[in-house]
Design a protein around this ligand. Structure first.
Ligand SMILES: [Zn+2]
Length: 65
């Protein structure tokens, strides 16, 4: 795999997609429009985490790169 579109990687695209929309907490329904995902890569997988500011529930999204 190579980046042939002006240096935009799959990683950047995923992050932009997640950051571009408000997150609704699955536990309490709180809509968090300001928070950011914390990204961490492990091998071929990127993991995004964020914590609900209302109830503290952590949401994790995993994507294969
Ligand atoms: Zn919550």
């Amino acid at each position: 795999m190579s980046s042939s579109h002006g240096g935009t990687t799959a990683f950047d695209r995923l992050r932009a997609r997640l950051d571009g929309q408000p997150h609704v907490c699955e536990a309490c329904g709180f809509v968090d429009e300001a928070g950011e995902w914390e990204a961490a890569t492990t091998g071929g997988t990127v993991e995004y985490r964020r914590e609900c500011p209302s109830c503290g529930t952590e949401t994790v999204r995993r994507h294969r790169l």
